[in-house]
Design a protein. Sequence first.
Length: 281
Amino acid sequence: MKSLQRRLWEAVEPLHAVVYFAPETAAAAKAVGLPGWWMGYFAGRVAPFGPLPEPPATAMLFGFAPRRVARSLPDAWKYAEPAAVLQSRMDAVEAALHRILPADAPFEELADLLEQAVTGCDFAARPLAAAWSSVARPATPVGRSWLAATVLREHRGDGHVLSAVAAGLRGLDTTLTHIGSGAVTREVIQINRGWSDDEWDESVARLAGRGILDGDLKLTEQGIALRQRIEDETDRLAAGPSEALGEDGAAEVLRIAVPLSRRIFDTGAIPLPNPMGAPRP
C-alpha cells in the first residue's frame, strides 16, 4: 500500500510539473531574453537564488550531468535578471494551468490546503525548497497553488537526494536504479539529463559491482531492497507536510488535486512516461 506522502506527491506533482512542458513557459523564457529551452529550464529552476553559478546548481539538480548545467549557467544571467526570469515563469505556468484546467476548479481551497502543508516543511539541508519558500506569494489562487506545489515537490526532492547520497549513490547511479525498477526508460532519461554513453557505462559497472544491477540492467534483490529503503526514507523525510494537513486536510488535497492532475495527463499536458517518473494518479 502506498504511503500517504507518496499519494500526496502523485496528486500534486503534476500541478507543478506543467511548467516543464507548457508552451507558455518556453515562450516566456524566450521573451525575457533566454536563447534556448535548457537555459530557460535551469535559469527558471534556480531563479529564486539569484544569479547562481553552475557548481551549486549542479549539486542541487542532482540527476543532471554537470556539462548540461554548465551550458546554461551562469551565462543565463547575461541575458536576463533572475527576478525577471522568475516572474515570467510564474506568469507563464499560471496561464498554462488556466488553459488546461476547468475555470471552476476549486483553486482557492486547494491553495489554502497546500500552503497549510508547506507550514510542515523543514528546510534544513533542503536548498531548493528553502529558496522557493522565500518567493512572494502570488495574488491569485492558481498562482498560490502552483507555488505551494513547487515548494512541496522541491522539499520532497531535496529529501530524495539526501536519501540517495546516504545510500552511497551519485546522481546518475540514482537514475539507473529508477530505470532498473522499470519506472522510466533510458530513452526518456539519458537525453533529458545529458549523460554520455561512457558515463552511463561507468555507472552501470559501478552498480553492478555493488550487486545492485544485474546483466539485464534490472535491479537485483539487493538493488530492489536498496531502492525501497531510499523511497521509504524519502517518504519519511516528507512527512512534515502531511502531518501539518492532518488526516482530513490530506484527504481534501487528494479529493481536489487528483482529478485536476488526471486532467493534466489526459489532455497531454504532461507525457507518460516522463522524466520525473510521475504516474497518472
